[in-house]
Design a protein around this ligand. Structure first.
Ligand code: EPU
Length: 429
């Protein structure tokens, strides 16, 4: 068994480095399938979702070479379609990008249904709507997505019924090598969408409008290799900003794009936290009390849903009543029970959490029920008095590179402990 153990109550001081963005990296890596050449990807986070993405490509015949802890070279020239094992694909949500990449390159796809954090139903109907608009026939059967485009992928107009990060990226990938021009309307505008478009354009694609809600993809004949650096992870940066605010220290958070953090910065300032913006860093400090605020998660540039749990942990420490409304995922609040074990006073009514504060967190055994929920219990543990033990930390490792080492280096008492698995009852007797 692996646990994270925190002895809380210490302020965080010093400098901390943010890694490359998970949700950009996984899309860029899987889109390398479109390129029959070598791509060198820099500023990659060393996390299990990134390793799983390369494992998927390797299982299809890619040649993958690690050049350093953050740089990996991949050559997909000899990849074969539909050969990624189900066990690999179901490890993470982002494996749905393989459907777009296989359709783009082979005009057919056979991919196991994607896994990832459990937020209730996670449909891919908008991805399928887009693939069908581009000429594919798609069937979901027996845990697999099977797709076939008899006449190849053909550019078309795609209007999404709701804003979806994954569907926007998947149709960009599927359309990059299509015949003709694809226009995506009601596209998501997240920075990782711009990053994917920049990567593909560096390989020779013709994508314009990424970062707005109308994206045009003029299909090209082929893509060539390139060297490309992934953008910094705004959610990791935001998590450290909140950790500094929760402990009351002063943290310089390096390798960030401050513009991507604006919605988080604005809410922290409203709560009484000081945020100083530099070119590629932010300095976060807090000396006084935290005050309550109301927050609604929204697609970018709104407050990110992936900061909902971490922010909720901070709201528990603020004086007064805060309302945290979730507008993206149906069951994002599963982490609330874990924070309550640590003394939080939170009532959830549908997609709204009402948080009464301030509370003093008390250490408790808790679970990382998903990736960002794991970050929230780490923040609560850093602020709590006593020893917090976190279970199911594999969720955290999917998305945070060496979070234990990074927080230790700025003064947290946090470590990962490995204990032998409990002996099954029948063997013990
Ligand atoms: N939706 C549909 N149909 C679809 C696709 C989405 O109804 O075909 C709905 C979803 O059910 C949800 C909303 O649209 O209610 C938004 O979903 P979206 O497609 O934007 O999410 P995603 O692409 O599956 C990515 C991130 C998530 C992040 C969301 C929202 C990756 C691999 N995952 O998921 O990240 O929460 O966007 O920003 O990029 C995380 O990193 O912890 C994480 C869960």
């Amino acid at each position: 068994m692996e646990n994270i153990v925190i002895n809380g109550g210490r302020e965080l001081y010093g400098e901390i480095e943010v890694s490359g963005m998970k949700n950009a990296a996984v899309a860029v890596i899987l889109s390398c399938l479109l390129v029959k050449d070598t791509c060198t990807l820099e500023n990659l986070p060393n996390i299990s979702d990134v390793r799983a993405s390369f494992d998927i490509l390797e299982s299809m015949g890619a040649v993958v070479k690690r050049l350093s802890s953050t740089t990996i070279q991949v050559d997909c020239t000899h990849c074969r379609c539909g050969t990624s094992p189900y066990e690999l694909v179901r490890k993470m949500r982002a494996s749905y990008y393989l459907i777009g990449a296989e359709l783009g390159r082979y005009h057919r796809a056979s991919v196991g249904c994607p896994g990832g954090c459990d937020f209730g139903i996670r449909p891919i109907d908008q991805h399928i709507k887009g693939f069908e608009a581009l000429g594919a026939t798609v069937n979901v059967e027996g845990g697999y997505v099977e797709a076939f485009a008899e006449n190849g992928m053909i550019g078309n107009q795609v209007y999404f019924d709701g804003v979806s990060v994954g569907a926007t990226m998947n149709i960009i990938i599927a359309a990059a090598l299509a015949k003709g021009t694809t226009v995506i309307e009601n596209a998501a505008r997240e920075p990782h969408i711009v990053d994917l478009a920049n990567f593909l354009n560096t390989c020779g694609a013709e994508i314009t409008g990424a970062g707005t809600d109308v994206i045009k993809i003029k299909g090209v004949e082929s893509l060539h290799g390139c060297t490309y650096a992934i953008i910094p992870d705004m959610i990791e940066a935001g998590t450290f900003m909140i950790a500094a605010a929760a402990t009351g220290g002063r943290l310089k958070i390096n390798n960030v794009i401050p513009k991507h953090l604006e919605s988080i910065t604005a809410k922290l300032e409203e709560m009484g936290v000081t945020v100083e913006e530099l070119d590629d860093a932010v300095i976060v400090s807090r000396s006084g009390e935290l005050t309550s605020v109301n927050i609604k998660t929204m697609p970018y540039p709104g407050f990110p849903t992936d900061m909902n749990p971490q922010m909720c942990a901070l709201l528990c420490l603020a004086s007064g009543t805060s309302r945290l409304s979730e507008s993206v995922w149906d069951t994002r609040f599963r982490y609330v029970e874990e924070l309550k074990r640590m003394g939080a006073n939170i009532k959830v009514d549908g997609k709204v959490a009402v948080v009464e504060g301030p509370v003093t967190f008390s250490a408790a055994p808790v679970r990382a029920v998903d990736l960002r929920a794991g970050a929230a219990v780490i923040i609560a543990g850093l602020a709590a008095k006593g020893r917090t033990v976190i279970d199911d930390i594999y969720h955290i490792k999917r998305g945070y590179e060496d979070i234990v080492g990074k927080l230790s280096a700025v003064g947290a008492s946090i470590k990962e402990v490995h204990t032998p698995d409990p002996v099954p009852y029948e063997k013990a007797n």
